[in-house]
Design a binder for this molecule. Sequence first.
Ligand SMILES: [Zn+2]
Ligand SMILES: [Zn+2]
Length: 381
Amino acid sequence: MTDKRDYYQVLEVPRAASADDVRRAYRRLAREFHPDLNPSEGAEERFKEINEAYEVLSDDGRRASYDRFGHAAGSFPGGYAGNADPFGFGSAAGSPFADIFETFFGGAGTSRRPRMPTRGADIQVGLTIEFKEAIFGAEKDVAVRRLEVCESCDGSRMRDGQKPPVCSVCNGAGQVRRAQQTILGQFMTTTPCPSCGGEGVSITDPCPSCRGRGRVGQTRSITITVPAGIDDNSSLRLTGQGEASPDGGLSGNAYVRISVAAHPFFTRKDRSIFSQVRVNIAQATLGDELEVETIDGAVAFRLPEGTQSGQQFRLKGRGAPSIGGTGRGDQILTVQVVTPTKLTSEQRELFERIRESLGSDVPSVDSERGFFSRVKDALRF
Ligand SMILES: [Zn+2]
Ligand SMILES: [Zn+2]
């Protein structure tokens, strides 16, 4: 206890500071050192120290005790009882009086703390993009419906942005003290002020635009950059684009859930794009020079002779990029050999001659079993 800093120093206020000054100093410092907002080392310790100081200095009775006895006031019951440790258990948890502490200090222990600014809520919006946009990225506008700080009152909730007066019931503390008789003696408990709901201010002349809420619903169009390579069902976080805080804290985030529309002939898995190419039996047998569709447009593809139906070829670098990565995946082209169903008499004659020549001979592909199980790289011209 002896190395504790003076509470007035902690809150950076003079000893004569008014309750309002203390409250303002607390709000400013708590926001500055809140561990969620301030990642620097020591911020959390500092934040605890600020809260402890405020717990005492925001309460007239405890502040008076502290002024007279200093930190020693906290070490006896009926002093400022701030850390609620009159039995010396260090922590209520695990002590034989845990239940009792729960009853008399537990709830109060948390509600006694002045409200910290609340972060605004996160919001979710959906966005459907084209297959090609997912590969190459795009700029898209999304409509976001959210609560924003009211412009008429700047969030003060009062007409013309007046400062709301301090709650007369709790004097701005946001909480009221009550004496409770228990088997362990009398305890002072604090509960949120029933008049102001713990906010410490009264909205006596509500802003007509937001009806005293401080926030209003707005629909905004936000332009977002969809990164190249984004996959179906991924989410983009737009930091701070969610709802405004109700009490001056940080805004929430907006999460944009991306749906990628189906493409008429491409499918995708991770960085690979899949497509099919249909060829006739003569092309498959003799090979051919084809044009095949890729996401970049048509490219030349040399179908090798003796291609089997279902055989796959890899078009290097025609797939999707990985987000923030370099290079692209491949396109996997599956060849489908289509048997003719309508023949001219000339074609029929030719097929009959082939049948005569081949007889019932079915070419063996067993020696090339591996042929089917791996994707062959397409030959470049
Ligand atoms: Zn307003
Ligand atoms: Zn009040």
